[in-house]
Every structure is written in C-alpha cells, then in structure tokens.
Design a protein around this ligand. Sequence first.
Ligand SMILES: Nc1ncnc2c1ncn2[C@@H]1O[C@H](COP(=O)(O)OP(=O)(O)OP(=O)(O)O)[C@@H](O)[C@H]1O
Length: 235
Amino acid sequence: MLEVRDLSVNYGSFRALHGVSLTVQPGEIVVLLGANGAGKSTLFRTLSGLGRPSGGSATWNGTPLTAGRPEFNVARGVAQCPEGRLLFPDLSVEKNLRLGAFVHRRDRNAVATELERVYTLFPALMEKRHVPAGSLSGGQQQMVAIGRALMARPQLLLLDEPSLGLAPLVVEQVFAAVQQVNRAGVCVLLAEQNAYAALGIAHRGYVLEGGRVSLTGTQAELLGDDRVRSAYLGV
Ligand SMILES: Nc1ncnc2c1ncn2[C@@H]1O[C@H](COP(=O)(O)OP(=O)(O)OP(=O)(O)O)[C@@H](O)[C@H]1O
C-alpha cells in the first residue's frame, strides 16, 4: 500500500505541496485530478525519489520512498511513467523498453519475460521493435513509455498524464491497457487532466488544487460532485 502523509515539497522558497495525504490500497487505480501547476508532477517526482520533501512521509508497504534514491524506489516496486514520455527518440523501441529493466538487467530470463508481456499488451510495439522510438505516433510512444515502466516489474505504477496530446480513440486504447495491467495486480496512481477518461477507469480519486488535496471520493462520488463536474468535466 502507498501511504502519503502530510507531505510538503518546496522549490527554494516556493511551496509546491502543502501537507498532502493520500493512499493507494492493494488492487486500486487511484486518480489524481488537477489543473496545470496543481502539483501532480511534483508529487510523482517525490514518490520516485527524484526530489526530497521538506516535511511529511511517503511509504510503499512500509518502506520510505523519500531517501532520494530513485533506483532504490524502482527496486522496491515503484516505477514512474513520466509526463511527456521522455523516451530516447533515436534508440529503437526495444532498447527504450530494455532500459526500463535496468534494475533486473542481470536476470536475462526476467527481462525476456517482461518484454514478451509488454508486446502482448501492446502488439503494435512488437511490429515496430527495431524502429527508432521517435518515429512512432504519439499513442505508440505513450505505449513505449508505459511499457518501459512495466519492464521494471512494478507493484505500483505512477502514471503522469498519459492522455496528453492523444486522440480520444487512442486514449481509450491506452486506458484499456492500464486497466488490464491493474487487473494483473499492479496498483496505479494516475495523474490526469482528462477527468472523463481517468474517472472511467479509477476506483477512487483525489483533487489537487494549489498543492493541496481539496476533495476526495470514490469514482461515483467524484463523477457526481458539482465542483468536479464544473472544473474538470465541463458540465
Ligand atoms: N523546478 C521547479 N522550480 C520552481 N517551481 C517549480 C518547479 N517545478 C514545478 N514548479 C512549480 O510547482 C508547482 C507545481 O508544479 P507541477 O509541475 O508539480 O504541477 P502539475 O500539476 O504537474 O502541472 P503540469 O501538468 O503543468 O505539470 C507549479 O506552480 C510550478 O510552477
């Protein structure tokens, strides 16, 4: 289980997160809704060990994630798929995927098994495995980014804005794959501005505003909440 308690993060004198508390329980997809600048990526960077908090705690199954050692967090089962994908565009699809298995690189069988799983989840990537990742469509690049995170064999997947810049049909495909990954036992924390798509697959969610959790509820509660409907669903 992910347990974030009273987490605060500063950039110099600017406080980006103000005492954020949230959980992801076993088996859950939890969505983090928030506008640009709400603090979603800051939270993910902190949970990945890429930035140190100024206060509070974040643990995965009791192990602190805030020691500032990203490779430690990945080895403990927490992998991030970052906003904007951050692929190596000149490397092939398969080389990008293999980079995600860095922590298991000495176990060739495990790497081969994970590659096969990713290609089963995203058959389009199998066909393009020797092609530079930068030449793929946006949707396929997003699949590579998710696949690369899955290569680490995570128990918790931190998925930052996977729908960004994608056509609605492609978003549907990507989110269906996320659901499939979740059904196979991986917990997901999903940061999104596309509230419709995200609430379509999430069990629960939190709304982040100005670095603070302003609202939390189940999928049905958030879909029915007037503040969510007007701010994030445009109704
Ligand atoms: N390196 C940084 N230095 C200073 N301020 C930063 C830095 N990174 C982010 N911020 C600020 O922290 C706040 C939260 O940013 P963050 O990127 O976490 O938001 P977000 O919800 O992920 O938004 P977006 O979807 O636009 O990335 C914003 O006000 C942002 O300007």
